[in-house]
Design a binder for this molecule. Structure first.
Ligand code: WT7
Length: 650
């Protein structure tokens, strides 16, 4: 990627932290120095933020890379750290979760109530024969029981594997099989887009495909009719009747905490394994540092689903270990109307909001007038995660949500990294819109060329992690070889993240998306992110996805799928004129080599349920192929919409 373009890193705007936030920040610039002078001592100090039942005797054992052991010999109980100790400290009446159901029903769960529920669930799982080391699948909507189920597993040392509630029978059955799980925790259904959607039938089918599952624990959420099998037990007839006391036993620092499957673009899903002490150390520390969480006053809200790693690390383990008060929302952002998120921020006086660029761009598309109707003055830190946030969306987020006051932390990490790795610190960093800026204290990041050499400032290449970190994946479940091949083989001695990145003249990092998403046009490497960013910087564009399509003359040609903003006229000649204007706009911003061969105006883009654009499908359209597998699409009607409503111009 030597000849990448110059657009993103020529962004010169910079936003220093607000003075009052900087003056009271949890973490200051000193942390970088501290970590630089003794990295392991720095992490040991963060581990001491937790309560250990038995101290470790070695901070890191890296004698058998890439298999790391952190806080060797130490023992702790994760649920104790996330729940009991806050109650013991006198904070039992403090709200842990302000839960908001999609239909508008609410529940408030204090830390004392959370302790009761987690203890009851731990007792029930034990009664069902679950013991330390067993695997439990969790397939639930966004209800408090999801967090309770995860914590109950952690409490008894069972390894949970959460499967996103929108996934199919196939996806669930494969994961049950790979994890060799014996219990599933699910619900009758959950609310999505204004109506109850069923979960239990999917579980019934997936469970019937094998003979591993012994018990299915079912939460009643919607009250809809469900079929019943001999394996099923209602949550309210078991958990809610169980003894509310349970003594948490400590587990080894390297005890397996969870397996989370990443779909990946090829091959069978990878079961990413995370363990106990290091994982909790880094999720807890980063939540404290990156969001500047003040547990006494802040109301925190992460809009992710618990089925993704973001939900694991920044709804359950990070925030609860820090004693946060948080909002948890069950449903979609446009139910009952497009103001729902802002109404929730207003209602609960949310002060820290963590969401994804795809959502921010959707909100942009819906219009500035929607957030403008709500009081968002409680917000003081905004976060972004999941994909590169283009400068345009960053600025919109700051202006229309943060009302020009709040810092934005663009946080780069992966299911595999377990916790945030690259991000601004809100009280320290003068952030540039679109850049994740720098590695957090104690994290080693580098951008290298294909020879494995670090690139100078101004250069681009592959993002790698140069030092083991506490919350790193320990392996791929049951497949050490794949773990080594996937992450540790491309470059000697470093973790290959699979992302392209650039360092600007100041050394700030700009993430460019997956390296598989780089196009080769007439011998030039051009990142899809850069062209998308250029398109979205045009006032008529809400969202764009770019792919490289095979081209007889240029090798690959750039094809862009573009969603116009709501008020833009795209009928007939106006549409043709817009396409022409957009092609010229990209050429002007990035250089003529990046001018898309073709621009299609579309109403929607195909996304996975975690919000990532499925470029594979767009490539099929661009290359006039019939569509591949669309089963992981969030909304499978999207592809019909795209195929039928295309407006193309050459
Ligand atoms: C991939 C990991 C991290 C939790 C959610 C996604 C992309 C993530 C950013 C960011 C640019 C980002 C990367 C990464 N990504 N955050 N702030 N800037 N890219 O977890 O599903 O494991 O995906 O998401 O490409 O490798 P995941």
């Amino acid at each position: 990627m030597s000849e990448t373009l110059e657009n993103l890193s020529s962004e010169t705007r910079q936003f220093p932290p607000p003075a009052d936030l900087a003056a009271n920040a949890n973490v200051t610039a000193e942390a970088y120095e501290e970590a630089a002078s003794d990295r392991l001592a720095f992490w040991a100090k963060q581990a001491e933020r937790l309560t250990w039942a038995k101290p470790w005797h070695q901070i890191l054992d890296w004698s058998n890379p890439p298999f790391a052991k952190w806080f060797v010999g130490g023992e702790l109980n994760i649920a104790y750290n996330c729940v009991d100790r806050h109650v013991e400290a006198g904070n039992g009446d403090k709200v842990a979760i302000h839960w908001e159901g999609e239909p508008g029903d609410t529940r408030t769960v204090t830390y004392a109530e959370l302790l009761k529920l987690v203890s009851q669930a731990a007792n029930t799982l034990t009664d069902l024969g679950v013991t330390a080391g067993d695997r439990v699948m969790i397939y639930l909507p966004m209800i408090p029981e999801a967090a309770v189920a995860m914590l109950a597993c952690a409490r008894i040392g069972a390894t949970h594997s959460v499967v996103f509630g929108g996934f199919s029978v196939d996806a669930l059955a494969t994961r049950i099989d790979d994890a060799d799980a014996k219990v599933v925790i699910t619900a009758d259904g959950g609310y999505r887009r204004g109506k109850p959607s069923a979960l239990k039938p999917t579980v019934d089918e997936a469970v019937a495909r094998g003979d591993r599952i012994e018990h299915v624990l079912v939460v009643r959420r919607t009250g809809q009719e469900v079929a019943w099998t001999a394996k099923d037990k209602w949550w309210h007839e078991t958990v809610e009747q169980a003894s509310p006391t349970h003594e948490a036993q400590p587990f080894d620092s390297e005890h397996p905490l969870f397996i989370l499957y990443t779909s990946g673009t090829t091959g069978k899903p990878k079961g990413i394994l995370h363990t106990t002490g290091g994982y909790l150390t880094q999720t807890s520390y980063t939540h404290h540092a990156v969001f500047d969480l003040k547990p006494e006053t802040d109301v925190y809200w992460c809009t992710a689903d618990i089925g993704w790693v973001t939900g694991h690390s920044y709804i359950v383990y990070g925030p609860l270990s820090n004693g946060a008060t948080q909002v948890m929302y069950e449903g979609t952002p446009d139910t009952p109307d497009r103001g729902r998120f802002w109404q929730i921020v207003d209602k609960y006086k949310v002060s820290i909001l963590y969401t994804a660029p795809t959502l921010i761009r959707t909100m942009m598309k819906w219009g500035d007038d929607i957030p403008a109707k709500y009081d968002l003055s409680s917000l003081r830190v905004l976060g972004s995660v999941g994909e590169p946030i283009n400068p345009e969306a960053w600025i919109w987020y700051r202006e229309h949500v943060g009302r020009e006051r709040t810092p934005i932390v663009d946080t780069w990490w992966q299911t595999e990294t377990g916790a945030i790795m690259i991000s601004p610190l809100p009280g320290v960093t003068a952030a540039k819109p679109g850049s994740a800026m720098t590695a957090l204290p104690g994290i080693g990041v580098e951008v290298i060329d294909d020879q494995g050499q670090p690139v100078p400032n101004g250069g681009g290449g592959f993002l790698v992690l140069t030092e083991p970190w506490p919350s790193m994946l320990r392996t791929i479940w049951g497949d050490d070889k794949r773990f080594i091949d996937t992450y540790w083989s491309r470059f000697e001695g470093v973790y290959f993240a699979g992302d392209g990145a650039k360092k600007d003249e100041d050394g700030a990092l700009w993430l460019l998306g997956r390296v598989d998403d780089v196009m080769l046009v007439s011998g030039h490497n051009i990142s899809t992110t850069e062209v998308e960013s250029a398109l979205v910087s045009h006032p008529s564009v809400a969202e764009a996805a770019v792919v490289g399509a095979a081209d007889p003359t240029t090798g690959q040609a750039i094809v862009a799928f573009t969603i116009p903003r709501g008020n833009v006229d795209t009928a007939g000649e106006a549409g043709e004129a817009l396409i022409k204007d957009l092609r010229n706009h990209v050429a002007k911003t990035l250089g003529p080599i990046a001018k898309p061969r073709q621009i299609m105006l579309v109403a929607e883009l195909p996304k996975t349920r975690s919000g990532k654009i499925m470029r594979r499908l767009l490539r099929d359209v661009a290359e006039n192929r019939s569509l591949g597998d669309v089963t992981t699409l969030q909304d499978s009607a999207v592809m019909d919409l795209i195929s039928s409503g295309l407006k193309t111009a050459k």
